[in-house]
Design a binder for this molecule. Structure first.
Ligand SMILES: [Mg+2]
Length: 273
């Protein structure tokens, strides 16, 4: 058994807010020294991949922006592949607009929009909800970069993109098309963006209902870290097979330190099935 690629979540996995979790930079180096390619995938679209790159480098993790994909970037790629360059009314900050523009999409007034694309917007207000609602009633389609109910921070949980998406869904009686985890759309985009082909891929994340669920859907090896949103008791209460991780570790350092043992167990499991 060999793992070629790790698709790693950021929040609750590599860091919490602005603080790296328990020597995560060293853990990442240790995994890389085994020839594993590490890619970073986040549902959070409030930063561009360049901004995430700078954040990671600031923590001592060397990375190229091409090895980072956000749900904003994945949404831009998805819409481009499916519909070409589109007209978008965005709800989100500068980072979302930058990721959408990078793929050639045009940022337009609500009345000209074919799509309303939503991510977490720290400047959300009634006028934006009104414009989004008008656009959708005018025939535009609603796309959610992610529907995370909350975002973890050093000061506890904050309302996430899902809270804003829900407001628009409720007002318009529509259901948003979801790009981010737990939708496997983002992992399919990631797979072609990083050209995985026949590679053995492991997804590492801290949430059962997003990271692990989406990874299992792709038939990738799923690894849960207990350094973020999920505690050991949540695991005991989880009965759904599709939310069950293949590997459970305390944090990234634990994963790196126990790598040989983990691969051996995975190898035995795959022989047994
Ligand atoms: Mg996370």
């Amino acid at each position: 058994m060999k793992v070629d690629q790790i698709v790693m979540d950021l929040d609750g996995c590599v860091y919490l807010g602005n603080h790296p979790i328990n020597n995560s930079p060293q853990a990442i180096e240790k995994l890389r020294s085994r020839g594993i390619k590490i890619r970073f995938l986040t549902n959070n679209a409030t930063k561009t991949r360049e901004e995430y790159k700078n954040k990671l480098i600031g923590m001592g993790i060397s990375v190229e922006s091409n090895d980072i994909l956000t749900s904003g970037g994945a949404t831009a790629i998805y819409l481009k592949n499916r519909f070409g360059e589109t007209n978008i009314y965005p709800i989100g900050g500068k980072a979302l607009i930058e990721e959408l523009s990078r793929e050639g999409h045009r940022i337009v007034d609500w009345s000209k929009a074919d799509f309303v694309v939503v991510c977490l917007d720290f400047d959300i207000n009634y006028n934006k909800l009104l414009n989004a609602t008008r656009a959708i009633m005018n025939g535009a389609r609603l796309v959610a970069t992610n529907k995370d109910p909350t975002v973890p921070s050093e000061n506890g949980f904050m309302p996430g993109a899902g809270a804003i998406v829900s407001a628009i869904e409720y007002a318009t009686s529509t259901k948003a098309f979801l790009i981010g985890k737990p939708s496997k759309v983002i992992l399919e985009i990631a797979s072609s963006y990083w050209n995985f082909k026949d590679d053995v891929v492991m997804v590492v994340g801290d949430r059962l209902d997003t990271d692990i669920l989406a990874g299992n859907e792709m038939n990738w090896i799923t690894t849960l870290v207990l350094s973020g949103a999920t505690k050991i008791d949540d695991l005991k209460n989880e009965t759904e097979q599709k939310m069950k991780p293949k590997v459970i570790v305390r944090d990234l350092l634990d994963l790196a330190n126990r790598w040989d043992e983990i691969l051996k167990t995975l190898g035995e499991q795959s022989c047994a099935t």
